[in-house]
Design a binder for this molecule. Structure first.
Ligand SMILES: Nc1ncnc2c1ncn2[C@@H]1O[C@H](COP(=O)(O)OP(=O)(O)OP(=O)(O)O)[C@@H](O)[C@H]1O
Length: 448
Protein backbone atom coordinates (compact mmCIF):
# COMPACT_ATOMS: atom_id res chain seq x y z
CA UNK A 1 0.00 0.00 0.00
CA UNK A 2 1.25 3.48 -0.73
CA UNK A 3 -0.23 6.86 -0.15
CA UNK A 4 -0.47 10.46 -1.24
CA UNK A 5 1.47 13.17 0.59
CA UNK A 6 0.25 16.73 0.06
CA UNK A 7 1.80 19.89 1.47
CA UNK A 8 -0.23 23.08 1.19
CA UNK A 9 1.64 26.36 1.77
CA UNK A 10 3.75 24.73 4.45
CA UNK A 11 6.21 26.96 6.30
CA UNK A 12 8.60 26.33 9.16
CA UNK A 13 10.16 28.81 11.49
CA UNK A 14 12.57 27.80 14.24
CA UNK A 15 11.90 30.23 17.10
CA UNK A 16 12.49 33.79 15.98
CA UNK A 17 14.77 32.81 13.10
CA UNK A 18 13.71 33.63 9.55
CA UNK A 19 11.75 30.95 7.70
CA UNK A 20 13.68 27.70 7.14
CA UNK A 21 10.89 26.58 4.80
CA UNK A 22 8.56 29.05 3.13
CA UNK A 23 5.14 28.27 1.64
CA UNK A 24 5.99 24.94 0.09
CA UNK A 25 3.11 23.35 -1.85
CA UNK A 26 3.74 19.90 -3.24
CA UNK A 27 1.83 16.68 -3.89
CA UNK A 28 3.59 13.32 -4.02
CA UNK A 29 1.40 10.72 -5.74
CA UNK A 30 1.00 7.11 -4.53
CA UNK A 31 4.06 5.07 -5.51
CA UNK A 32 5.93 8.10 -6.76
CA UNK A 33 9.65 8.62 -6.12
CA UNK A 34 10.26 12.32 -5.52
CA UNK A 35 13.74 13.71 -4.99
CA UNK A 36 14.11 16.85 -2.91
CA UNK A 37 17.25 18.62 -4.10
CA UNK A 38 19.05 21.76 -3.04
CA UNK A 39 22.20 23.17 -1.46
CA UNK A 40 23.04 22.65 2.18
CA UNK A 41 20.69 24.48 4.54
CA UNK A 42 17.91 25.10 1.99
CA UNK A 43 15.31 23.29 4.11
CA UNK A 44 15.15 19.79 2.59
CA UNK A 45 15.49 17.86 5.86
CA UNK A 46 13.02 20.18 7.53
CA UNK A 47 10.40 19.35 4.88
CA UNK A 48 11.07 15.64 5.38
CA UNK A 49 10.86 15.92 9.15
CA UNK A 50 7.56 17.79 8.93
CA UNK A 51 6.14 14.98 6.77
CA UNK A 52 7.36 12.43 9.32
CA UNK A 53 5.88 14.42 12.20
CA UNK A 54 9.28 14.95 13.84
CA UNK A 55 8.96 18.72 13.42
CA UNK A 56 5.89 20.89 13.97
CA UNK A 57 4.48 22.77 10.99
CA UNK A 58 4.47 26.50 11.71
CA UNK A 59 1.97 27.42 9.00
CA UNK A 60 0.15 25.49 6.28
CA UNK A 61 -1.30 22.00 6.07
CA UNK A 62 -0.11 18.46 5.56
CA UNK A 63 -2.52 15.85 4.15
CA UNK A 64 -1.86 12.11 4.09
CA UNK A 65 -4.28 10.41 1.70
CA UNK A 66 -6.39 13.54 1.78
CA UNK A 67 -6.68 13.53 5.61
CA UNK A 68 -5.46 16.58 7.52
CA UNK A 69 -2.39 15.24 9.33
CA UNK A 70 -0.61 18.21 10.97
CA UNK A 71 -1.19 16.82 14.43
CA UNK A 72 -1.10 13.06 13.80
CA UNK A 73 1.64 11.58 16.04
CA UNK A 74 4.65 10.22 14.11
CA UNK A 75 4.01 6.59 15.06
CA UNK A 76 0.50 6.75 13.62
CA UNK A 77 1.67 8.00 10.22
CA UNK A 78 2.95 4.63 8.98
CA UNK A 79 6.09 6.29 7.66
CA UNK A 80 9.60 4.83 7.69
CA UNK A 81 12.72 6.98 7.62
CA UNK A 82 16.33 6.25 6.71
CA UNK A 83 18.90 8.85 7.69
CA UNK A 84 22.43 9.54 6.58
CA UNK A 85 23.82 8.05 9.78
CA UNK A 86 23.11 4.37 10.15
CA UNK A 87 20.96 4.33 13.26
CA UNK A 88 21.31 0.66 14.22
CA UNK A 89 21.32 -0.73 17.76
CA UNK A 90 24.96 -1.75 18.27
CA UNK A 91 24.18 -4.59 20.66
CA UNK A 92 21.67 -6.25 18.33
CA UNK A 93 22.42 -8.48 15.34
CA UNK A 94 21.16 -7.45 11.89
CA UNK A 95 18.33 -9.97 12.39
CA UNK A 96 17.28 -8.32 15.65
CA UNK A 97 17.67 -4.84 14.19
CA UNK A 98 15.45 -5.65 11.20
CA UNK A 99 12.90 -7.40 13.41
CA UNK A 100 12.81 -4.62 16.01
CA UNK A 101 9.95 -2.54 14.52
CA UNK A 102 7.96 -5.75 13.93
CA UNK A 103 8.37 -6.89 17.53
CA UNK A 104 7.44 -3.43 18.75
CA UNK A 105 4.19 -3.56 16.81
CA UNK A 106 3.32 -7.18 17.50
CA UNK A 107 5.43 -8.91 20.17
CA UNK A 108 3.52 -12.22 20.12
CA UNK A 109 4.06 -13.18 16.45
CA UNK A 110 7.05 -14.99 14.91
CA UNK A 111 8.56 -12.45 12.52
CA UNK A 112 11.33 -14.68 11.13
CA UNK A 113 9.68 -15.18 7.69
CA UNK A 114 9.32 -11.42 7.18
CA UNK A 115 12.89 -10.76 8.32
CA UNK A 116 14.19 -13.43 5.94
CA UNK A 117 12.13 -12.03 3.05
CA UNK A 118 13.43 -8.50 3.68
CA UNK A 119 17.01 -9.78 3.89
CA UNK A 120 16.60 -11.62 0.58
CA UNK A 121 15.28 -8.47 -1.07
CA UNK A 122 18.40 -6.57 0.04
CA UNK A 123 20.79 -9.50 -0.51
CA UNK A 124 21.96 -9.44 3.11
CA UNK A 125 20.99 -12.98 4.17
CA UNK A 126 24.64 -13.70 5.05
CA UNK A 127 24.81 -10.73 7.37
CA UNK A 128 21.81 -11.50 9.56
CA UNK A 129 23.79 -12.84 12.51
CA UNK A 130 26.43 -10.12 12.54
CA UNK A 131 26.49 -7.07 14.80
CA UNK A 132 26.73 -3.53 13.31
CA UNK A 133 30.39 -3.33 14.38
CA UNK A 134 31.12 -6.29 12.09
CA UNK A 135 29.59 -4.64 9.00
CA UNK A 136 30.95 -2.21 6.40
CA UNK A 137 29.29 1.18 5.92
CA UNK A 138 27.33 -0.02 2.89
CA UNK A 139 26.21 -3.19 4.67
CA UNK A 140 25.09 -1.19 7.70
CA UNK A 141 23.07 1.10 5.45
CA UNK A 142 21.41 -1.92 3.82
CA UNK A 143 20.47 -3.32 7.22
CA UNK A 144 19.09 0.12 8.15
CA UNK A 145 17.00 0.04 4.98
CA UNK A 146 15.88 -3.47 5.84
CA UNK A 147 14.74 -2.29 9.23
CA UNK A 148 12.79 0.57 7.65
CA UNK A 149 11.24 -1.70 5.00
CA UNK A 150 10.44 -4.81 7.04
CA UNK A 151 7.12 -3.55 8.33
CA UNK A 152 5.99 -2.50 4.84
CA UNK A 153 5.53 1.21 5.41
CA UNK A 154 3.27 3.15 3.11
CA UNK A 155 5.72 6.05 2.91
CA UNK A 156 9.49 5.88 2.79
CA UNK A 157 11.48 9.01 3.66
CA UNK A 158 15.22 8.98 3.04
CA UNK A 159 17.54 11.76 4.14
CA UNK A 160 20.81 11.55 2.20
CA UNK A 161 21.06 7.83 2.92
CA UNK A 162 24.12 7.35 0.72
CA UNK A 163 26.14 10.47 1.37
CA UNK A 164 28.64 8.86 3.72
CA UNK A 165 29.48 6.01 1.34
CA UNK A 166 32.17 5.93 -1.33
CA UNK A 167 31.21 6.67 -4.93
CA UNK A 168 31.17 3.06 -6.17
CA UNK A 169 29.01 1.77 -3.35
CA UNK A 170 26.77 4.80 -3.69
CA UNK A 171 26.09 4.00 -7.34
CA UNK A 172 25.37 0.37 -6.48
CA UNK A 173 22.99 1.12 -3.61
CA UNK A 174 21.32 3.86 -5.62
CA UNK A 175 20.34 1.31 -8.26
CA UNK A 176 19.13 -1.00 -5.51
CA UNK A 177 16.97 1.69 -3.94
CA UNK A 178 15.44 2.49 -7.33
CA UNK A 179 14.63 -1.19 -7.90
CA UNK A 180 13.26 -1.80 -4.40
CA UNK A 181 10.98 1.20 -4.21
CA UNK A 182 9.69 0.44 -7.71
CA UNK A 183 9.02 -3.16 -6.75
CA UNK A 184 7.25 -2.22 -3.53
CA UNK A 185 5.45 0.73 -5.14
CA UNK A 186 5.94 2.71 -1.95
CA UNK A 187 5.64 6.52 -2.02
CA UNK A 188 9.17 7.80 -1.48
CA UNK A 189 10.68 11.19 -0.75
CA UNK A 190 14.45 11.20 -1.05
CA UNK A 191 16.58 14.13 0.08
CA UNK A 192 19.94 14.83 -1.47
CA UNK A 193 22.22 17.66 -2.49
CA UNK A 194 23.90 15.42 -5.05
CA UNK A 195 22.35 16.28 -8.39
CA UNK A 196 23.72 13.09 -9.97
CA UNK A 197 21.32 11.08 -7.79
CA UNK A 198 18.39 13.03 -9.21
CA UNK A 199 18.93 11.93 -12.76
CA UNK A 200 19.09 8.24 -11.90
CA UNK A 201 16.45 8.02 -9.18
CA UNK A 202 13.53 10.37 -9.27
CA UNK A 203 10.30 10.31 -11.21
CA UNK A 204 10.20 13.98 -10.33
CA UNK A 205 12.60 16.39 -8.70
CA UNK A 206 11.72 19.32 -6.44
CA UNK A 207 14.51 21.90 -6.34
CA UNK A 208 14.73 24.15 -3.27
CA UNK A 209 16.70 27.28 -2.54
CA UNK A 210 16.64 29.25 0.72
CA UNK A 211 13.51 27.44 1.96
CA UNK A 212 11.58 28.16 -1.23
CA UNK A 213 10.58 25.64 -3.88
CA UNK A 214 12.04 26.65 -7.26
CA UNK A 215 10.75 23.98 -9.63
CA UNK A 216 8.99 20.62 -9.52
CA UNK A 217 9.35 18.61 -12.72
CA UNK A 218 10.84 15.51 -14.29
CA UNK A 219 14.65 15.47 -14.02
CA UNK A 220 14.75 15.83 -17.80
CA UNK A 221 12.72 19.05 -17.71
CA UNK A 222 14.72 20.42 -14.79
CA UNK A 223 17.80 20.05 -17.03
CA UNK A 224 16.28 21.10 -20.36
CA UNK A 225 13.76 23.70 -19.19
CA UNK A 226 14.99 25.14 -15.90
CA UNK A 227 12.54 27.75 -14.64
CA UNK A 228 15.32 30.01 -13.45
CA UNK A 229 19.05 30.50 -13.45
CA UNK A 230 19.46 28.83 -10.05
CA UNK A 231 17.93 25.54 -11.26
CA UNK A 232 19.95 25.79 -14.50
CA UNK A 233 23.16 26.17 -12.53
CA UNK A 234 22.32 23.55 -9.91
CA UNK A 235 21.41 20.76 -12.32
CA UNK A 236 23.94 19.48 -14.83
CA UNK A 237 27.59 18.47 -14.72
CA UNK A 238 29.69 20.31 -15.71
CA UNK A 239 27.78 23.34 -14.55
CA UNK A 240 26.18 25.45 -17.26
CA UNK A 241 28.33 28.44 -18.28
CA UNK A 242 26.52 31.66 -17.34
CA UNK A 243 27.63 34.91 -18.93
CA UNK A 244 26.48 38.47 -18.42
CA UNK A 245 25.13 39.97 -21.65
CA UNK A 246 23.07 42.82 -23.07
CA UNK A 247 20.38 42.35 -25.73
CA UNK A 248 20.87 44.47 -28.86
CA UNK A 249 17.79 44.72 -31.04
CA UNK A 250 18.20 47.64 -33.48
CA UNK A 251 15.28 48.13 -35.87
CA UNK A 252 17.54 48.26 -38.92
CA UNK A 253 19.89 45.36 -38.22
CA UNK A 254 20.02 41.86 -36.81
CA UNK A 255 19.61 41.07 -33.15
CA UNK A 256 22.57 40.07 -31.03
CA UNK A 257 23.68 39.35 -27.50
CA UNK A 258 26.62 41.48 -26.45
CA UNK A 259 28.92 39.51 -24.14
CA UNK A 260 31.35 42.38 -23.63
CA UNK A 261 34.33 41.16 -25.64
CA UNK A 262 32.30 39.34 -28.29
CA UNK A 263 28.80 39.26 -29.74
CA UNK A 264 26.48 36.37 -30.49
CA UNK A 265 24.51 37.34 -33.60
CA UNK A 266 21.13 35.60 -33.49
CA UNK A 267 20.63 33.72 -36.77
CA UNK A 268 18.03 35.05 -39.22
CA UNK A 269 15.18 34.39 -39.61
CA UNK A 270 14.76 34.68 -35.86
CA UNK A 271 13.15 31.74 -34.09
CA UNK A 272 10.05 32.55 -32.00
CA UNK A 273 12.11 32.24 -28.81
CA UNK A 274 14.71 34.67 -30.13
CA UNK A 275 12.05 37.11 -31.37
CA UNK A 276 10.68 37.30 -27.86
CA UNK A 277 14.06 38.56 -26.62
CA UNK A 278 13.39 41.84 -28.46
CA UNK A 279 11.52 43.23 -25.44
CA UNK A 280 14.76 42.96 -23.46
CA UNK A 281 16.46 45.46 -25.80
CA UNK A 282 19.26 47.27 -23.96
CA UNK A 283 18.75 45.28 -20.77
CA UNK A 284 21.27 43.13 -18.95
CA UNK A 285 20.50 39.43 -19.15
CA UNK A 286 22.32 36.20 -18.41
CA UNK A 287 23.22 33.86 -21.25
CA UNK A 288 23.47 30.17 -20.39
CA UNK A 289 25.48 27.74 -22.53
CA UNK A 290 25.67 24.06 -21.63
CA UNK A 291 28.94 22.33 -22.43
CA UNK A 292 27.36 20.33 -25.27
CA UNK A 293 26.09 23.52 -26.94
CA UNK A 294 29.56 24.69 -27.97
CA UNK A 295 32.18 22.90 -30.05
CA UNK A 296 35.70 23.66 -31.10
CA UNK A 297 35.63 24.16 -34.88
CA UNK A 298 36.35 26.93 -37.42
CA UNK A 299 33.58 29.18 -38.82
CA UNK A 300 33.84 27.37 -42.17
CA UNK A 301 32.33 24.26 -40.51
CA UNK A 302 29.33 26.07 -39.04
CA UNK A 303 26.02 24.24 -39.37
CA UNK A 304 22.75 26.16 -39.68
CA UNK A 305 22.02 27.89 -36.38
CA UNK A 306 25.64 27.90 -35.22
CA UNK A 307 27.56 31.14 -34.76
CA UNK A 308 31.27 31.68 -34.31
CA UNK A 309 33.16 32.82 -31.24
CA UNK A 310 36.75 32.44 -30.16
CA UNK A 311 38.51 31.86 -26.90
CA UNK A 312 41.75 31.01 -25.20
CA UNK A 313 42.11 27.60 -23.58
CA UNK A 314 42.72 27.92 -19.83
CA UNK A 315 42.91 24.24 -19.01
CA UNK A 316 41.72 20.84 -20.17
CA UNK A 317 40.17 18.11 -18.02
CA UNK A 318 40.61 14.73 -19.68
CA UNK A 319 37.99 12.31 -18.47
CA UNK A 320 38.81 9.28 -20.58
CA UNK A 321 35.76 9.14 -22.83
CA UNK A 322 35.63 12.92 -23.24
CA UNK A 323 37.45 16.11 -22.35
CA UNK A 324 36.18 19.33 -20.82
CA UNK A 325 37.94 22.35 -22.24
CA UNK A 326 37.80 25.47 -20.05
CA UNK A 327 37.96 28.53 -22.26
CA UNK A 328 38.30 32.25 -21.63
CA UNK A 329 36.14 34.20 -24.08
CA UNK A 330 36.66 37.55 -22.35
CA UNK A 331 33.07 37.55 -21.07
CA UNK A 332 31.90 38.22 -17.53
CA UNK A 333 30.68 35.14 -15.70
CA UNK A 334 27.35 35.76 -13.94
CA UNK A 335 27.28 34.89 -10.26
CA UNK A 336 24.33 33.02 -8.82
CA UNK A 337 23.81 33.36 -5.09
CA UNK A 338 23.29 30.38 -2.76
CA UNK A 339 24.46 27.67 -5.13
CA UNK A 340 26.77 25.97 -2.68
CA UNK A 341 26.01 27.20 0.75
CA UNK A 342 23.27 27.91 3.21
CA UNK A 343 21.56 31.19 2.52
CA UNK A 344 23.85 34.04 3.47
CA UNK A 345 22.45 36.84 5.59
CA UNK A 346 21.09 39.58 3.34
CA UNK A 347 23.62 42.39 3.19
CA UNK A 348 22.34 45.88 4.06
CA UNK A 349 20.64 47.32 1.02
CA UNK A 350 20.78 43.98 -0.78
CA UNK A 351 17.35 42.79 -1.80
CA UNK A 352 17.03 39.03 -1.85
CA UNK A 353 14.08 39.04 -4.22
CA UNK A 354 13.23 41.44 -6.98
CA UNK A 355 10.48 43.82 -6.07
CA UNK A 356 7.28 43.66 -8.08
CA UNK A 357 6.79 47.42 -7.99
CA UNK A 358 9.79 48.22 -10.15
CA UNK A 359 8.77 45.91 -12.98
CA UNK A 360 5.87 47.48 -14.87
CA UNK A 361 2.60 45.66 -15.66
CA UNK A 362 4.06 42.75 -17.63
CA UNK A 363 6.80 42.16 -15.09
CA UNK A 364 4.31 42.27 -12.25
CA UNK A 365 2.11 39.69 -13.95
CA UNK A 366 5.07 37.39 -14.48
CA UNK A 367 6.18 37.95 -10.89
CA UNK A 368 2.69 37.20 -9.65
CA UNK A 369 2.77 33.83 -11.40
CA UNK A 370 6.19 32.99 -10.05
CA UNK A 371 5.78 34.49 -6.61
CA UNK A 372 8.24 32.98 -4.19
CA UNK A 373 9.95 30.98 -6.90
CA UNK A 374 12.52 33.34 -8.34
CA UNK A 375 16.26 33.19 -7.94
CA UNK A 376 18.13 36.46 -7.92
CA UNK A 377 21.50 37.35 -9.28
CA UNK A 378 24.07 39.12 -7.22
CA UNK A 379 24.00 42.89 -7.60
CA UNK A 380 26.11 44.12 -10.54
CA UNK A 381 29.80 44.32 -9.73
CA UNK A 382 31.82 47.41 -10.27
CA UNK A 383 34.42 46.67 -12.91
CA UNK A 384 36.75 49.32 -11.52
CA UNK A 385 36.92 47.55 -8.18
CA UNK A 386 39.24 44.79 -9.34
CA UNK A 387 38.31 41.56 -7.58
CA UNK A 388 36.10 43.30 -5.04
CA UNK A 389 32.57 41.95 -5.18
CA UNK A 390 33.54 38.93 -7.21
CA UNK A 391 32.49 35.54 -5.84
CA UNK A 392 35.58 34.55 -3.81
CA UNK A 393 35.45 31.05 -5.29
CA UNK A 394 35.94 32.50 -8.76
CA UNK A 395 38.92 34.74 -8.03
CA UNK A 396 41.80 33.72 -10.19
CA UNK A 397 39.51 31.61 -12.40
CA UNK A 398 39.53 33.18 -15.83
CA UNK A 399 37.68 30.59 -17.88
CA UNK A 400 34.07 31.56 -18.48
CA UNK A 401 32.98 28.73 -20.77
CA UNK A 402 33.25 24.95 -20.58
CA UNK A 403 33.22 23.01 -23.86
CA UNK A 404 32.68 19.24 -23.96
CA UNK A 405 34.74 17.55 -26.66
CA UNK A 406 35.67 14.05 -27.71
CA UNK A 407 38.98 12.80 -26.26
CA UNK A 408 40.53 12.91 -29.71
CA UNK A 409 40.42 16.74 -29.82
CA UNK A 410 43.89 17.90 -28.81
CA UNK A 411 44.20 21.43 -27.51
CA UNK A 412 46.67 22.89 -25.05
CA UNK A 413 46.44 25.62 -22.47
CA UNK A 414 47.16 29.05 -23.94
CA UNK A 415 46.00 28.15 -27.46
CA UNK A 416 43.44 30.32 -29.19
CA UNK A 417 40.53 28.19 -30.43
CA UNK A 418 37.61 28.88 -32.77
CA UNK A 419 34.23 28.02 -31.27
CA UNK A 420 30.82 27.30 -32.77
CA UNK A 421 27.81 27.94 -30.57
CA UNK A 422 24.49 26.24 -31.37
CA UNK A 423 22.02 29.02 -30.68
CA UNK A 424 19.06 26.64 -30.95
CA UNK A 425 20.16 25.48 -27.49
CA UNK A 426 20.65 28.93 -26.04
CA UNK A 427 19.32 29.83 -22.57
CA UNK A 428 18.65 33.42 -21.59
CA UNK A 429 17.57 34.57 -18.12
CA UNK A 430 16.29 38.03 -17.25
CA UNK A 431 17.73 40.35 -14.59
CA UNK A 432 15.77 38.51 -11.89
CA UNK A 433 17.05 35.13 -13.00
CA UNK A 434 13.84 33.87 -14.68
CA UNK A 435 14.22 31.92 -17.88
CA UNK A 436 13.07 33.91 -20.89
CA UNK A 437 14.61 31.74 -23.62
CA UNK A 438 13.37 29.13 -24.40
CA UNK A 439 10.19 31.07 -23.65
CA UNK A 440 8.29 29.72 -20.64
CA UNK A 441 4.95 28.00 -21.24
CA UNK A 442 1.85 30.13 -20.82
CA UNK A 443 3.67 33.38 -21.39
CA UNK A 444 1.46 36.30 -20.38
CA UNK A 445 -0.32 38.11 -23.20
CA UNK A 446 2.26 40.46 -24.73
CA UNK A 447 -0.39 42.84 -26.09
CA UNK A 448 -1.04 44.41 -22.72
N1 LIG B 1 16.44 22.82 15.23
C1 LIG B 1 16.76 23.91 14.56
N2 LIG B 1 16.79 25.11 15.13
C2 LIG B 1 17.10 26.24 14.44
N3 LIG B 1 17.37 26.26 13.11
C3 LIG B 1 17.35 25.07 12.47
C4 LIG B 1 17.05 23.84 13.14
N4 LIG B 1 17.11 22.85 12.23
C5 LIG B 1 17.43 23.42 11.05
N5 LIG B 1 17.58 24.75 11.19
C6 LIG B 1 17.90 25.73 10.13
O1 LIG B 1 16.93 25.60 9.12
C7 LIG B 1 17.52 25.72 7.82
C8 LIG B 1 17.19 24.49 6.99
O2 LIG B 1 17.84 23.36 7.56
P1 LIG B 1 17.71 21.89 6.94
O3 LIG B 1 18.43 20.95 7.85
O4 LIG B 1 16.28 21.61 6.66
O5 LIG B 1 18.49 22.07 5.57
P2 LIG B 1 18.98 20.98 4.53
O6 LIG B 1 18.63 21.52 3.19
O7 LIG B 1 18.45 19.65 4.88
O8 LIG B 1 20.55 21.01 4.72
P3 LIG B 1 21.67 19.84 4.61
O9 LIG B 1 21.72 19.44 3.16
O10 LIG B 1 22.90 20.54 5.05
O11 LIG B 1 21.23 18.74 5.52
C9 LIG B 1 19.00 25.93 8.05
O12 LIG B 1 19.26 27.31 7.99
C10 LIG B 1 19.22 25.39 9.46
O13 LIG B 1 20.27 26.07 10.09
Amino acid sequence: MSRTIALRDVSKRYGRESYAVERVSLTVEPGEFLVLLGPSGCGKSTVLRMIAGLEDITEGELYLDGEYANHVPPRERDIAMVFQSFALYPNMTSRANIGFPLRLRDPATDHEPQIEATARMLAIEDLLDRYPGQLSGGERQRVAMGRALSRHPSVFLMDEPLSSLDAKLRGHLRAEIARLTEELGVTTVYVTHDQAEVMSLGHRVAVMRGGVLQQVSSPRDAYALPSNVFVAAFIGTPRISLLEAVVHAPLDAGMSLDLGGQRLALPEPLSIDHQLLRIQQGRPVVVGLRSETVRIAPPSQARPGEVAMRGIVEHVEYQGHEALVHVNTGSRPAVVADLESARPPAAPGHRRRPHGNSLGPLGRRVMGRLSGAVATLEPPQSSSAGDAGVDPDRRGVRSDLVVRTGPQVRVRAGAQVPLLVDLAQLYVFDHAGRRICPAPDGLPDLEE
